[in-house]
Design a protein around this ligand. Structure first.
Ligand code: ADP
Ligand code: MG
Length: 442
């Protein structure tokens, strides 16, 4: 099926095409006809299947740009990272029309700034239940004009104990709204939630497609993880541990060997968390070490290896974890270290000593990430940074990696050999006629 068969809006179609979304993913193909038809949909699909676009298209097509003081849709997501990702993806899809305002409301940032933003109106709000409710109670957010409400990763929100907050929020939206509920599982709690908030729901599920993930299980040994890393030599790898302490220990160990490894956990403050994710996405950090809480739902592209340093208790969590690799039909590898008896594993365990290690030298990341203190707010675009690096500084484009433009700052990764020089020169350069400050992320 093509998007043409699902959507009429020409600008939307052109934009999807520009984004490289040539065909709908399976969940988009199944959910869009109903979601566009204003029906309540309960959708189940695994991570990385394109759920955001599946609910994003209908809610964005619904926006009346002239009515920014009448928020028409709200998306609730479990964590700030997920809400940010949803907002980012929605903004990409929102490019089909000018001036659609999408606002995120999450904890960890002061209420005051958010209230100020709300005063300027928003067509779509994306937020976490706790903070959204806080705004509703304060009177800074009004959901009277909501036509669609989306619960993204609803199972996770229930796990986090948001059931009551969600119900309270829903009570403050019009009864005749459309409710779209997305979840990776359809367990009893999800069905209960659906019953209490949806009307005549349509259920759509994607049959698990053939996995593109190669799974291997190894007997745990102290040295094992190093052997495995040197065997696979991944450029982008997520390692899961069950506790924050284990994450920290492993981070120190890998760093001391010479690998670029960083931990992401809920103890880090928001700035450090964001920067860690940026470094990972920009490939200046090879190994991201995480607990389940810190990692779920993050859309990190091109992870070539997932390592379960500790195995999770449930198979469901295991499936979530390895879903970080092999996304969108890419090939992926997931390896796990098994200690003792694990209920859902009945495969014979391998020994990492049997893995062929061609090159025993540890390696660091190929890229270094620079941070620039200017962003969208300063009208800086990726092209400006690229232009400065290539035209003013004389760097070849092939040595430049990913560029991320945030509101106030931007990040660009550069091949290590060229990073220091680019950094020194950038400090002396202007972007958009403005002197900039630059940092090199460690
Ligand atoms: P989920 O919420 O199901 O985990 P996302 O919505 O985060 O998945 O999408 C995963 C990735 O797939 C994103 O990087 C997104 O840009 C990309 N994507 C979404 N729809 C399409 C499409 N139709 N074609 C190609 N890529 C897509
Ligand atoms: Mg998602």
């Amino acid at each position: 099926m093509t998007f043409n068969e699902l959507i009429e809006n020409k600008d939307m179609l052109k934009n999807l095409n520009d984004l490289g979304y040539t065909n709908p993913t399976a969940i988009q193909e199944k959910a869009l006809p109903y979601a566009l038809n204003k029906q309540d949909v309960l959708a189940k699909a695994k991570t990385g299947s394109g759920k955001t676009v599946a609910f994003g298209i209908p809610i964005l097509l619904d926006v009346n740009v002239k009515e920014k003081y009448k928020t028409s849709s709200i998306v609730l997501a479990p964590t700030r990272e997920l809400a940010d990702q949803v907002a980012k993806e929605l903004r990409k899809v929102a490019k089909f029309k000018n001036n659609i305002k999408i606002l995120t409301l999450c904890g960890g940032t002061p209420m005051r700034g958010q209230i100020h933003s709300l005063d300027h109106g928003a067509h779509i709000v994306v937020g976490t239940p706790g903070r959204v409710l806080a705004h509703l109670q304060k009177g800074s957010l009004n959901l009277k004009y909501i036509t669609s409400l989306v619960l993204d990763e609803a199972d996770r929100m229930l796990d986090m104990g948001f059931f009551e907050d969600i119900e309270k929020i829903l009570d403050l939206t019009p009864k005749e709204r459309q409710t779209l509920l997305f979840s990776a599982t359809f367990d009893d709690n999800i069905l209960k939630l659906s019953k209490s908030i949806q009307n005549d729901r349509i259920e759509v599920q994607i049959e698990e497609e053939k996995s593109t993930i190669q799974e291997r299980f190894f007997k745990f040994s102290e040295q094992g993880i190093e052997n495995a890393i040197l065997h696979y030599r991944p450029k982008s790898c997520i390692i899961f541990c069950n506790t924050k302490i284990k994450c920290k220990e492993l981070e120190e160990r890998l760093q001391s060997i010479g690998f670029d490894a960083l931990t992401i956990n809920s103890d880090l403050d928001q700035i450090d968390r964001d920067e860690t994710l940026i470094e990972f996405a920009h490939k200046s950090c090879t190994f991201l070490i995480a607990t389940d809480v810190a990692s779920r739902g993050l859309d990190i592209p091109n992870v070539d290896l997932v390592i379960n340093y500790d195995l999770p208790k449930s198979e469901e969590v295991y499936t979530h974890r390895i879903g970080r690799t092999g996304r969108m039909d890419k090939e992926g590898i997931a390896i796990s270290f098994v200690k003792g008896y694990v209920e859902y594993i009945d495969t014979e365990l391998e020994d990492t000593n049997a893995l062929h290690v061609k090159d025993k030298t540890p390696y660091s990341a190929d890229l270094t990430t620079l941070c620039i203190d200017g962003g969208k707010r300063d009208k800086i675009r990726a092209g400006d940074i690229l232009g400065t690096l290539v035209k003013d500084i004389g760097l070849e484009a092939k040595h430049i990696g990913k560029i991320t433009i945030n509101r106030k700052d931007s990040y660009v990764s550069i091949e290590k050999e060229f990073a220091k020089e680019a950094f020194e020169k950038l400090k002396e350069t202007k972007i958009k006629n403005k002197k900039i400050r630059v940092w090199m992320l460690a």
